[in-house]
Design a binder for this molecule. Structure first.
Ligand code: NAD
Length: 492
């Protein structure tokens, strides 16, 4: 495919990738994949059933012993080659997700760069001290050795078609597992691209399998007892269900869910930095980021900062700076939140409802929107997942913290201030797994773990960095003695 502009283009239908070859979904059913900029069908994807899932699991199981026996250093070499191939195809990778996901090109470029960074962590694993050894008693040594689990699975959302699968694959594969990936049916092209590049990089057949589809495929994966661990990233609605369902068969589940990230702004915050950051955070990827700022809690007289935020956001041009939202249904949901907030007395400070983009009139466009709301309105309580900032006023920082703490989600949260004391006070009290000080999108970079708290994550540990490696491996505790010790104690 040679996509290198926003012009609408169609591509060949996407099939499953199982055991190193393409296979049609056995159901014979397919789903249209829509380019959200144009609102037109760009391709279709096969919708898999339990038979397809079983075929992928069988291929992964057949490949497991050979891959496990391959030294980690050689497994990592595949990732090095994969990274080089992503760099070779950088622009095409970016345009592909611009087309299927709607990101404006610069955001798509950032997405590819982030995917490469995730891969680098996998490359580095053989150079890290991954086990421990201690001489624990006379003649006795204890060691931990991390071993692969077997066949693992990942289910991923629409908003980062490369990064989220690559939150999982480098650690899982370099760790010696084989894998079945079920990407979002809304963005199957990116996942297919990754599978092709990994194949070209020398990943043996069956080590990575990609099964496309929706709920039936995900449920079949979750119920498949050959699968030892499953990572899920998506909405809390699904994360919570799958966590409980997968745990019934005793496998490891790590399910990352939705968010309502709060930015707390006090009057002493740096006006320019805060305004630029807040706008980038709530409009980036059209607000369709689990780390997007979606609730701005202004403390006291923060009006000059709010005015600067509105001014900055009003300069962004849909189509150039802000992409469309993913589907017509998302568009309608987001418009519903804005309309309902207005009807309930919310004050629209910036209205993106009339956004239009020349040459892309069929796209799902909503421009940056800022609404002043009250804490009981759904525009504040719910995740909107669009370019909408809900502003709530409080009198004190404690009141702002109380509001943030009482929200059901706990993914990200930041304090904007120039006072070290205020920053320390708030950052120790924000109830979010990823906390920021003067950062609009407080995403931890590799080698740190990524993961929220409360209803933003179900399961123990985090998904990236060393936490990810630990999730996809298990420690063997090896205790060794080579000779009877004359000075043996009860410990020997
Ligand atoms: P989604 O939950 O609708 O879909 C995610 C995956 O689950 C897809 O692969 C989809 O096919 C599958 N799925 C959907 N409904 C299902 C069902 N009923 N049963 C089984 N599987 C089902 O999420 P989405 O719309 O693709 O992504 C947006 C959501 O993801 C937002 O809530 C966002 O906050 C969240 N997200 C969270 C993180 C994080 O790290 N916490 C990262 C990215 C996105």
């Amino acid at each position: 495919m040679a996509i290198n502009s926003y012009d609408f283009q169609t591509i060949a239908p996407i099939q499953n990738w199982i055991g190193g070859e393409y296979r049609e979904a056995s159901s014979g059913e397919s789903l249209d994949v829509i380019n959200p900029r144009h609102g037109k069908v760009m391709t279709s994807v096969g919708m898999s059933n339990a038979d397809d899932v079983q075929a992928a699991v069988d291929a992964a199981q057949a490949a497991f012993e050979g891959w496990k026996a391959t030294p980690m250093r050689e497994r990592a070499q595949v990732m090095y080659r994969f990274k080089a191939l992503m760099e070779r195809d950088f622009e095409e990778l970016a345009w592909v997700i611009s087309h299927e996901n709607g990101k404006v090109y610069n955001e798509a470029v950032g997405s590819v760069a982030k995917a490469i960074e995730c891969t680098e962590f996998g490359c580095s694993l053989p150079n890290l001290p991954l086990g421990e050894t201690l001489y624990v008693s006379r003649g006795v040594t204890c060691s931990t050795i991390r071993e692969p689990l077997g066949v693992c699975a990942g289910v991923t959302p629409f908003n980062f078609p490369y990064m989220v699968p690559l939150w999982m694959l480098p650690q899982a594969l370099v760790g010696g597992n084989t894998f079945v990936l079920k990407p979002s049916e809304q963005v199957p092209v990116g996942a297919d691209f990754l599978a092709r590049l990994l194949h070209e990089a020398g990943l043996p057949p069956g080590v990575l399998n990609v099964v496309h589809g929706g709920k039936p495929a995900v449920e079949a994966l979750t119920d498949n007892e050959t699968i030892k661990a499953m990572g899920f990233v998506g909405s809390t609605r699904v994360a919570k269900l799958l966590y409980a369902r997968g745990a019934q068969t005793g496998r490891r589940m790590l399910c990352l869910g939705s968010a309502k990230n709060h930015l707390l702004v006090v009057p002493d915050a740096d006006l320019e930095m805060t305004a630029v950051d807040v706008v980038r955070s709530f409009t980036g990827v059209a607000g369709q980021r689990c780390m997007a700022a979606s609730a701005l809690i202004g403390v006291g007289d923060f009006d000059p900062i709010l005015e600067a935020i509105v001014t900055h956001a009003s300069k962004l041009i849909p189509g150039k700076d802000v992409g469309p939202v993913i589907t017509k249904q998302s568009y309608e949901r987001i418009m519903g939140y804005i309309n309902d907030a207005e009807a309930a007395g919310g004050k629209i400070l910036l209205d993106g409802r009339n956004a239009k983009v020349e040459g892309a009139e069929g796209g799902y466009w909503i421009g940056p929107t800022i609404i002043e709301v009250t804490k009981d309105m759904p525009a504040y309580t719910d995740e909107i997942f669009g370019p909408v900032l809900s502003v709530v006023r409080t009198k004190t920082l404690d009141e702002a913290l109380e509001l943030e703490n009482s929200h059901i989600y706990g993914n990200g949260g930041s304090i904007y201030t120039t006072s070290g004391a205020t920053a320390r006070y708030a950052s120790q009290r924000i109830n979010a797994g990823m906390t920021g000080i003067n950062i609009g999108v407080p995403v931890p970079r590799e080698p740190f773990g990524f993961g929220g708290w409360e209803y933003s994550k179900f399961g123990h540990g985090d998904i990236t960095g060393m936490d990810g490696y630990h999730f996809w491996t298990r420690p063997r505790k090896l205790t060794t003695k080579w000779a009877l010790q004359p000075d043996a104690t009860w410990m020997s």
